[in-house]
Design a binder for this molecule. Structure first.
Ligand SMILES: [Zn+2]
Length: 69
């Protein structure tokens, strides 16, 4: 597997913790999503990838819909 940004092979999987919040002011009152997932990090350019599991994706969609589109 190669880095999607710089094509380096110097990738490292790390145990990650992520807190993600909507950026829009109208959604600033929504609780942040807290996620513990493996993160694939390029040790050459810093590009990182994480996959949000389906249940958490559904939660994000419901919060977005409930706060207006
Ligand atoms: Zn890279």
């Amino acid at each position: 597997m190669l880095c999607k940004t710089c094509a380096s092979e110097n990738l490292q999987k790390l145990a990650g913790e992520l807190t993600a919040s909507f950026l829009e002011v109208k959604r600033s009152n929504l609780p942040p999503l807290y996620e513990c997932q493996d993160v694939l990090v390029c040790l050459d350019c810093g590009f990182a990838e994480i996959v949000i599991p389906a249940p958490e994706l559904e939660l994000l969609k419901r919060r977005k819909a409930a706060s207006g589109s």
